[in-house]
Design a protein around this ligand. Sequence first.
Ligand code: PLP
Length: 360
Amino acid sequence: MTPVYMTSTYVQEAPAQHKGFDYSRTTNPTRTALEGNLAALEGGTYGLAFSSGMGAINTVLNLLQSGDHVVAGNDLYGGTYRILKTLYEKLGVTSTFVDTTNVAHIEAAIRPTTKLLMFETPTNPLLRLTDLEAASAVARKRGILTVCDNTFATPALQNPLALGCDLVVHSTTKYLGGHSDVVGGALIVNNTELYQKLKHFQNAVGATPGPMDCFLVLRGTKTLHLRMERHVTNAQRIAEYLAGHRSVDRVFYPGLTSHPQHALAKRQMRGAGGMVSFELKGGVEEGKRFASKTRLFALAESLGGVESLIDHPVSMTHGSIPREERMKAGLNDGLLRLSVGVEDVNDLIADLEQAFAAIR
Ligand SMILES: *Cc1c(COP(=O)(O)O)cnc(C)c1O
């Protein structure tokens, strides 16, 4: 097994030789192993590991300077939206948030100063997809870098670099770690010049993970393909169960034929993922009550661990979005998000069934 190098500094043979490892913010052997592992999983050339997903995203944004413009998805992880709005806007980097499921909207938002196109697919919590090939082609034509946050799909189900993206972002906190025991992030890239810039920022800023965190993510990736297989089959069964339930208005899952982008999911993914969202009949109160009645689905933020979680986005993960704005985006009051774990699916369905009964 990869040793956990609990080492901050390394004895040098002579001054200024720059041979091997010298200081662990710059490189650490456990981290180097993880970075190679993540690059290989994404079919990329270079990997960079960070102390959180946001640390990875911030490093991408370090590529920008005042006057630059970002076209971003309008259904982004809250922290990504927040760093763009509250930090980078202040530094003169502006962003336009668009529905990237329609490539025409991306094209319309591009300005001469646009440097980055950034989105997630599938999105959180509405599981909308962006056509990776079409979106990155539009950006490439104009010399814009395409950044895909691949946290929800994981490299087991989707490889954005192969479809034309320049950079892949991960919150390894989620499926890559897989056991809700570590916070981490990663970037994967093919272009050497781009890698060197990002590597420079990684060392300059210092949001690097400790060796134990790297070890945990490395251990997680060993079973990623097995876990994802089970997440996907469980999620599909649960989505189908919910779609047939009389207390449910709508189910969001790319594996359902009723999903507006089901065909795209089949084309660019090897499985529709482990996240399922659904709209409960009723409003905020019903949503909150349901979320507190499940027993196997633990009420918690985050996702991607082996244990199932339930989230009421409107009062939890997406609570900071003003109601009007979130209704416009399709985030309704009764929406619930499930991170479907790897438990016995019949137990999970029975848990949902008793929660429906308990709120009736
Ligand atoms: C959690 C998450 C992030 C942020 O990652 P942290 O590890 O929490 O910093 C970014 N993008 C997506 C899609 C996420 O789910």
